[in-house]
Ligand binder design. Structure first.
Ligand code: SF4
Length: 417
């Protein structure tokens, strides 16, 4: 019965109680909309309150975004760059091997993908380190005894958001969008890629560095525009060229995630048309510089909204493009995401409309199986499923003699959050 502590700068927002949520999944879904909106504020000032029995859960507003000095101070601490000594006798740790020579350039992501939890724990606004702090870390890596000259990643939650933020922060302060780039790139977002190009080049010039790779995923929709002046102004094609020529270790991994526009909307991912544009540009850069880099697309099956027929279409579309997919995953609900709220409640938290989601092991296995249309053991299953779905057109594509497919090498490790 005690009153909540007061702060004159904050306001309180009462969510549907725990008990209501237990009996009403729509109320639970709606709660999430408020939680996400409040966690994406530039100047957070709302206290979330939820009753649980006779008690109340109080969630204070998140801390404001770190400034350059603050984030530098965090990254400049004297880390050992080693796993905890308690693992010393256990042999190599795969996750550590992947990151031991990598550098994190920034925190935060303004992509707002429905299945990703990054914005819930790092925020929508990007905090970027200074060039000086990054170079200092790169130099420290060159002094590591096992360093052979290859920085494995100059990255972040999304590789190409370094130093990006709203041009006019007073507009951002009033903004409630979950993503600065979906459904389209915000007019107020500064997407200048020149600081990132300068950074890649500065790290590459350091004594002892043979190559500095970028293995975190890029948001390619940021790089594609029909507006030539904008492309020049923000160094978009220039960035892609720099990336493909000098910072890709044979394979550029990108995440279109699906081919269905309806599913992509639920994912808050750009239209598949952007992937097709990227592919064209990527191939042109390869031709121009006599390179043989591969483009590796990642996809998810069973994401909320995705049906078996959507997966069959995905298989046919990617096959027609010459891909033989292996780097794929089935949707795993991650706490604090729109997708997981849909998975659990059956409702989209923003529209409160029902959304179909594959739940059972059988449904999920079947969706995933369409990725592997090229395996002999799936042939008769595909024939049966596509005749049940009345899609002889897809059957014709999937069973046709396949073109020279771009096979994703199985060892290609995924970096996901
Ligand atoms: S105004 Fe634009 S750039 Fe600023 S936070 Fe909103 S969507 Fe992002």
């Amino acid at each position: 019965d005690q009153p909540l502590p007061k702060n004159k700068h904050w306001q309180a927002l009462e969510l549907a109680s725990h008990e209501i949520c237990l009996s009403d999944k729509k109320a639970f879904a709606e709660n999430f909309k408020h939680i996400e909106k409040e966690s994406n504020e530039l100047e957070p000032h709302t206290v979330l309150v939820q009753s649980v029995g006779k008690q109340k859960v109080v969630v204070n507003p998140p801390f404001p975004v770190m400034g350059e000095q603050e984030i530098d101070a965090v990254f400049d601490l004297p880390y050992t760059r080693l796993p905890h000594p308690k693992y010393a006798k256990r042999g190599p740790i795969p996750a550590y091997e992947m990151i031991r020579h990598s550098i994190n350039l920034h925190r935060g992501c303004f992509g707002g993908c429905s299945f990703c939890t990054i914005s819930a724990h790092q925020g929508k606004f990007v905090a970027s380190r200074s060039l000086k702090s990054i170079l200092k870390e790169a130099e420290a890596i060159t002094r590591m005894p096992d360093f052979k000259g290859y920085i494995s990643d100059l990255g972040g939650p999304s590789a190409n958001m370094y130093k990006m933020q709203g041009k006019d922060l007073s507009i951002c302060a009033k903004c409630k969008r979950a993503s600065c780039i979906y459904p389209s790139v915000c007019f107020n977002l500064n997407i200048d890629h020149q600081p990132l190009i300068d950074l890649y080049q500065a790290v590459s010039r350091l004594p002892g560095v043979k190559k500095a790779f970028v293995s975190s995923g890029i948001r390619y929709d940021l790089l594609l525009t029909a507006d030539k002046a904008k492309d020049r102004q923000y160094g978009l094609s220039k960035y892609l060229e720099e990336l493909v020529r000098h910072h890709v270790s044979g394979r550029l991994k990108v995440a279109p995630e699906h081919t269905s526009e309806r599913v992509l909307r639920i994912m808050r991912k750009p239209s598949f048309k952007f992937f097709l544009q990227l592919k064209k540009k990527f191939e042109a850069i390869n031709r121009k510089f006599g390179l043989n880099q591969q483009l590796i697309p990642y996809f998810i099956s069973s994401h909320p909204g995705s049906t078996l027929e959507d997966m069959a279409e995905l298989a046919a579309t990617t096959k027609k493009l010459g891909f033989q997919l292996e780097q794929v995953q089935d949707f795993t609900p991650t706490p604090m995401t729109v997708a997981t709220v849909i998975y659990y409640s059956g409702y989209h938290p923003y529209t409160l409309q029902p959304v179909y989601t594959a739940h059972s092991i059988d449904e999920k296995t079947e969706q995933n199986r369409f990725f592997f249309w090229y395996k002999k053991e799936n042939r008769s299953w595909i024939i049966r499923k596509l005749s049940e779905l009345h899609r002889p057109d897809l059957l014709k594509i999937l069973l046709a003699e396949r073109r020279q497919a771009q096979k994703n090498p199985p060892k290609n490790a995924r970096k996901r959050h």
